[in-house]
Design a protein around this ligand. Structure first.
Ligand code: DAH
Length: 340
């Protein structure tokens, strides 16, 4: 009686183990049959009532059934584990033969790019590229450029004063002074660089920006020479003719002085934040070098003449790339920089 009950139980448990659809179902069968209060435990509890011979025989069967079922459980568990592993391998498959993305190469800052382009252009025209310090003497930044102390033109540029007769240069024009001393007449030089002004920052003003100074000294230099240079420069930069206008402009170091404006390339004329709604952008102040400046540079104004210009490099970059806010340039924002 007990023997057939045991055999039926073992057979059906085995069936359920082999057909269990999930590890949870398998565990439920295990608890029901092999658990501490499971069916096999129930049977072994009733064995006390049996004769010693029956007890020995049933005990043996019970053990065999238990071992068999445990082996079946183990096997089914392994199958579940293998299936789970296989599913994971299929899902997390990596093709190790794919080429690696590699480090992303950097790009040149748009200012650097334009500066290098202009240096190449001018070098090809036989012009020297000079460098000057960003911390400059008051003398080079102002006095030697015909802006003596108390001259109202000093107020045109809000200066960061450093004490001891030093300041952060407010323009690249002091490199004219250094260039005259270094090269002597005749000379052709440009000086690109960073300049500083104590200004309120907005879409078109920065306390730190870039200029490119130019100076040519030779005999019989005229405004026609100057204009030829400006036009070559602008058509090279923009790759086409741009609309320009020349206005008289006052700068103590040139006489006569001019403002060369270009039509705003961001809005094309109607006005925007960059051109301050005027449709024009001041880009190229220029003029014939003032005799006092030549004299300060040790050059005889009776013998020599010259022209000079101070290109707003930062503005130029903004025009060329259609950047509508000067603050992007020094933001260090990679989303901005990676576009170039
Ligand atoms: N240094 C002037 C400034 O930053 C710009 C300038 C004007 C430079 C006329 C020149 C020049 O060389 O001739 O405002």
């Amino acid at each position: 009686m007990l023997e057939s009950q045991l055999q039926n139980l073992a057979a059906s448990a085995r069936e359920r183990i082999l057909s269990a659809a999930s590890p949870e179902q398998l565990e439920a069968v295990r608890v029901e049959v092999l658990g501490r209060k499971g069916a096999l435990a129930e049977i072994s509890k009733g064995m006390g009532k049996l004769t010693p011979e029956d007890r020995a025989q049933i005990g043996k069967l019970l053990n065999t059934a238990k071992n068999d079922l445990e082996a079946a459980l183990e096997e089914r568990r392994n199958r579940f584990a293998n299936e789970a592993l296989q599913a994971r391998l299929d899902a997390e498959w990596i093709d190790v033969t794919l080429p690696a993305p590699g480090p992303r190469p950097g790009t040149l800052h748009p200012l650097t790019r334009i500066q290098q382009e202009l240096e190449d252009l001018f070098t090809s025209m036989g012009v020297a590229v000079l460098d000057g310090p960003e911390v400059e003497s008051e003398y080079n930044n102002f006095d030697a450029l015909n802006i003596p102390p108390d001259h109202p033109a000093r107020d045109m540029q809000d200066t960061f004063w450093l004490g001891d007769g030093l300041c952060l240069r407010t323009h690249t024009s002091p490199v004219q002074v250094r260039g005259m001393a270094k090269l002597g007449p005749p000379l052709r030089m440009i000086a690109p660089g960073r300049v500083f002004r104590n200004e309120e920052v907005d879409a078109s003003h920065e306390h730190t920006f870039y200029q490119l100074e130019g100076m040519m000294v030779d005999r019989n230099v005229s405004i026609a020479h100057m204009l030829y240079f400006m036009k070559t420069l602008l058509s090279h930069i923009f790759g086409r003719e741009v609309t320009v206008r020349l206005r008289p402009g006052y700068f103590p170091f040139v006489e006569p002085g001019f403002e060369l404006d270009i039509q705003c390339l961001i809005c094309g004329g109607p006005g925007c934040a960059v051109c301050k709604q005027s449709g024009w952008v001041e880009l190229l102040p220029c003029g014939l070098v003032h005799p006092n400046v030549l004299r300060q540079g040790g050059i005889d104004p009776e013998q020599w003449g010259g022209f000079a210009f101070g290109l707003g490099l930062t503005r130029l970059v903004m025009m060329r790339y259609g950047i509508d806010d000067i603050r992007h340039l020094q933001s260090g924002d990679l989303r901005f920089l990676r576009q170039f």
